[in-house]
Design a protein around this ligand. Structure first.
Ligand code: BGC
Length: 367
């Protein structure tokens, strides 16, 4: 009898995929089948033979999900859609709602709830479909550990559990730039690229995703390295460029210095620029210098949504993120830990009425 690892159930079984190709998704499904063959007990450590456990009837393996909900929480808008995990395209209209202010966990989660309810009411999101949410901060064990461009009350709040309770489905939190990187690495500009790939998203803040031979080193937060004595994104993000009134030439020169810092440390083989400012690449590309080739992201507006959905389903490259995030809760000594999810619920209820009225269908399915 074969010796089988004894994971079972969602999402652990999904953590076995290793690359973003169609064949790897099939591989993930195969692996899932093998894992599932062990039955639902799933209590033995990885690699422990199941032979020693009581035999259970074999039941059909769950298929790797074909679709998942992707949610992108930005400073101005919260966007969501159902994502086709095989093609990387959207399988529903993309819905958008203004980010509530203040952008507390309760308010944002209720806004997300409104959008996802709508996707469900329209028949796009089905019960049990997993959801991933990209947020601007370091994500560890389902909580934000930092919050530069979102309300500080996110830090330490059990956001993944809160969102899962609101949506009534499995939820995965992921850093927004990592989500964009997962989309690019699986379907876009970093697909199949070996070596070190650095994705920088340039918008309100600067996000980063670093891949080494297709493996994501998550939550790198290079936007916060010290540049000219300051937090880099306060000088060279898209918002900073506007605030400082810099022309493209001056900004391009400074952004190149910032990239040079990162190049000195990581020697990327490819740099991908994403985020809102990448759409204006033609205006500043001639002012950028770097050792590595620079390309723009292939996804314009949907990388965060697509990548968050990939993380939720744990397919392809995203499987590694999922495996890491399933690590035990590090046990932060934050004030929210004692605050049960129910404690947030009453505050969330107060936000619900505002949400329904302000939903917008942003566009129809597209890559
Ligand atoms: C946050 C990052 C995020 C980036 C882009 C930064 O301020 O710290 O987590 O990826 O903004 O949203």
């Amino acid at each position: 009898m074969a010796h089988l690892p004894c994971y079972s159930g969602w999402p652990r079984w999904l953590s076995s995929g290793s690359c973003g190709s169609r064949s790897s998704r099939v591989a993930a499904a195969d692996e899932a089948e093998r894992h599932d063959a062990t039955g639902p007990s799933g209590t033995a450590a990885p690699g422990v033979s199941c032979d020693a456990m009581s035999p259970r009837p074999k039941r059909p393996a769950p298929a790797a999900p074909r679709t998942a909900i992707g949610i992108d929480v930005g400073g101005t808008g919260v966007k969501a859609a159902v994502v086709d995990l095989v093609t990387g395209g959207l399988a529903s209209p993309r819905l958008r709602i203004k980010t509530p202010q203040p952008a507390t966990p309760e308010a944002v989660i209720e806004a997300i709830g409104g959008i996802v309810d709508q996707l469900g009411a329209d028949g796009h999101a089905t019960p049990g479909m997993p959801a991933g949410a990209g947020l601007p901060g370091v994500v560890k064990a389902g909580r934000l550990m930092t919050a530069a461009n979102i309300d500080r009350s996110w830090i330490g709040a059990p956001a993944e559990a809160m969102l899962s309770a609101r949506l009534g489905r499995p939820v995965r939190l992921v850093n927004d730039a990592d989500a964009a990187g997962l989309a690019e690495a699986t379907f876009g500009a970093a697909k199949g690229v070996q070596g070190t790939v650095l994705l920088l998203t340039i918008g309100t803040g600067i996000g980063s995703a670093l891949f080494i031979d297709g493996h994501l080193l998550d939550s790198t937060e290079f936007g916060h390295v010290t540049y000219r004595g300051k937090d880099a994104e306060t000088l060279v993000s898209g918002a900073a460029r506007e605030r400082r009134g810099l022309g493209w030439k001056k900004w391009g020169g400074e952004f190149s210095e910032f990239m040079a810092l990162l190049e000195r440390w990581f020697w990327p083989d490819l740099i991908i620029l994403g985020g809102g400012v990448s759409k204006e690449y033609a205006k500043y590309s001639r002012f950028l210098t770097a050792r590595a080739p620079i390309v723009t992201a292939q996804y314009l507006n949907t990388s965060g949504i697509v990548g968050a959905a990939l993380a939720a389903a744990g397919v392809g490259i995203a499987a590694a993120v999922l495996a890491r995030e399933d690590a035990p809760d590090p046990g932060t000594a934050d004030p929210h830990r004692a605050d049960p999810i129910d404690g947030h619920a009453s505050r969330a209820a107060a936000q619900a009425a505002d949400v329904a009225a302000s939903l917008v269908i942003e566009d129809q399915p597209t890559l």
